[in-house]
Write a protein that binds this ligand. Structure first.
Ligand code: MN
Length: 377
């Protein structure tokens, strides 16, 4: 049986956003983002969702191209009559010269603006409320001016780009700060949020079900956005129970892999080790490998060689954070400037009074050992 009300909730796609880390792959990545949008569109159709809710930061106001805007226009038209409800965020504020206002959009696209809006769908007994950023910074909670729910409807859903702040203290937020209490007080069945790129849900204290959620970015924008990326499929049943199911939609994943170099002493052994560690990794992914731990003092990994040997990955980056396994005790015993330096650091660590201090001394020692390694091989 079809649930009473269903929706696909997405946010923070950031189409046409600049990405400094990518040079030659930039155009390919932009194509990924559009393919992800098409995948989300297919979900809306396949699930026969009642609404497609988009909570802002969709197409960059600065740098967003007309071609991408036209792509969105056609994409949204293709799901008609399913309503696409969009609340502009800080990266795509509701401005006169934005494509949101200057293009002609199909009748199933509903834009929220800096004036609170409420679109009524009597055949679904639902109202969708929303508000949009007028400019990149908004320091006040937009919920302070929320005019309230309309009567005569069973379901109430909101779309909002906002920063949910923890209660108390932290006042100065430039991206429409709201509290969970404010969200609860709206009386919504669900608030489809955007802004935070990490998925996150907020539980209603009485109903013990989500009152609001961030779906996270559907395609990774930075190296921090690891693993699968999702949109939320929501079902609201007759009794007002809400179920949110994340559905992964990304084209490529960011994978971070740490490899301990241990006893590796040749480039060949290193390549073999990396091959083993990356055996399960799709070549379509964006892979960030960090070498860690001690390494043989005479062997420094050649990153250009690795870059070349693993170039079949869409993107691969190697970072070397190893340090040479110089024999500290021997150096200390031999005296000399470096030995005395290490001895002093060892003494300092022994008499350190707290963990933070010890940590700092260890860091200094590692730095010292690194330099010694560099000068002694
Ligand atoms: Mn944002």
């Amino acid at each position: 049986m079809k649930a009473l009300l269903t929706f696909i909730h997405t946010a923070d796609v950031h189409l046409d956003a600049p990405m400094q880390a990518l040079s030659e792959q930039y155009a390919l990545r932009q194509d990924d983002f559009r393919r992800t949008m098409r995948r989300i569109r297919d979900l809306v159709v396949d699930k026969q969702a009642d609404f497609w809710l988009i909570a802002g930061d969709l197409l960059e106001y600065r740098g967003g191209s007309r071609a991408t805007a036209l792509f969105l226009r056609d994409l949204f038209a293709s799901v008609a009559p399913v309503p696409v409800c969009i609340a502009p965020g800080n990266h795509d504020p509701w401005r006169e010269d934005s494509y949101y206002q200057s293009l002609g959009w199909s009748g199933n696209v509903f834009w929220f603006t800096p004036e609170w809006g409420a679109f009524e769908f009597p055949e679904k007994s639902c109202v969708v409320y929303g508000w949009g950023f007028p400019e990149p910074h908004v320091y006040e909670s937009p919920l302070r001016h929320f005019p309230g729910k309309l009567s005569g409807y069973k379901h109430h859903v909101m779309v909002l780009h906002a920063h949910v702040r923890s209660s108390g203290g932290d006042d100065h937020h430039p991206y429409a700060p709201v509290t969970v209490k404010e969200l609860v007080d709206t009386g919504m069945d669900y608030v489809a949020l955007g802004h935070i790129h990490k998925p996150m849900q907020f539980v209603h204290p009485l109903k013990k079900q989500p009152i609001a959620a961030y779906p996270g970015t559907p395609e990774a924008l930075t190296v921090k956005e690891e693993g699968e990326r999702c949109v939320l499929y929501g079902e609201l049943d007759h009794a007002g129970r809400l179920t949110l199911t994340p559905v992964s939609v990304e084209q490529r994943r960011v994978s971070k892999i740490e490899i301990k170099l241990g006893g590796v002493e040749t480039t060949e052994a290193l390549v073999e080790l990396v091959e083993q560690e990356l055996a399960g990794e799709s070549a379509e992914n964006m892979v960030y490998v960090t070498f860690s731990g001690e390494r043989a003092a005479h062997f420094t990994p050649s990153l250009p060689v690795l870059q070349q040997r693993f170039r079949h990955f869409f993107l691969i980056r190697f970072t070397d954070q190893t340090w040479p396994d110089v024999d500290e005790e021997k150096l200390i015993a031999e005296g000399g400037v470096l030995g005395r330096w290490l001895a002093k650091l060892a003494d300092a660590e022994a008499i350190a009074t707290d963990e933070a201090q010890r940590q700092m001394i260890r860091l200094a020692r590692r730095e010292a050992v690194e330099r010694i390694g560099g000068s002694s091989v």
